[in-house]
Design a protein around this ligand. Sequence first.
Ligand code: ADP
Ligand code: MG
Length: 338
Amino acid sequence: GRSVHQIQSGQVIVDLCSVVKELVENSLDAGATSIEVRFKNDGLDSIEVQDNGGGIAPENYESIALKHYTSKLSSYDDLTSLTTFGFRGEALSSLCAVSNFHVITAQAHQAPKANKLEFEQSGKLKGTQIVAGQKGTIVSVANLFSRLPVRRKELEKNIKRELAKVVNLLNEYACITTRVRFNVKNTDAKRRQVVLLTTKANSTVKDNIANVYGAKTLLTLIPLALELEFEPSATGKRLNRELNKIYVKGYISRPVVGEGRGTRDRQMYYVNSRPCGIPQIAKAFNEVYKSYNISQAPFVLADFQMDTSAYDVNVSPDKRTILLHDSAALIESLKEAL
Ligand code: ADP
Ligand code: MG
């Protein structure tokens, strides 16, 4: 029968997007400057994420896939000033439960020897084996959801749409991370390789946008640099004056009536460089453009830099939707500034 563990796993790993998001965030947390994502058969056969980050310390091999194990949170206080993406220790344990999962990892002093780690469904370490490998970590996820027939069927049915969603998500990470080289490929059922995304390390956000959306896109963009100050609303958490400053940085498309064809796939929002959904803010941008009689949704890359006490990241299991404590006040001053 289905264990409680498998049912709860649904919380973090719910689709192809959540697999890729969790693995890429782990690579970013590990300090990687190169991240490769390889899909086989659109991800139905396997998903592999390879990074050149710090690797996993041997003393952690036993625990990394156990539920709630994380090496990233040393005290409860850390939760309020979170700087890493991960902190729940649920991704690898969920992946063990819902896929055929293994890890190959090496710290700098171990390379060119690496350790292949295999796990039981429960997350318990089954065995390790020495293999060849560079510094960094490869996580392989095969046969996603094959033990959950209903979810597997759903995945197969929607796989093209799912993969498109994944590419959009990876675009968001690739555009904002200037330190990191991204390379994303799919090998289809006929063994043809298609490159879905490439960016370079040591780039600018502009370089990244050109690589992701085409150099032509840059011609339509203007820099976005706003400093917003707002009074906390009555319902908002009381913050001191310094904390009521928000810096918005990025690029938006030049508001020319009738120009181009913007789509909402080209709107990327971040809080402290973390890709996320802030629905009210997306709405604000679109309304401002509409008010100038511009019917197309604009291109938006907007990074909201603010004190971590001004929002919650852990309102949704995938940490994607951000809850701003003072969204009404922020949106007012954003609309004014735009
Ligand atoms: P979390 O990211 O919340 O800590 P995960 O289940 O995603 O939980 O990962 C568990 C642990 O495995 C991490 O805390 C980290 O120590 C280790 N780990 C996972 N992926 C990587 C990676 N790519 N590089 C180095 N360590 C990793
Ligand atoms: Mg993680």
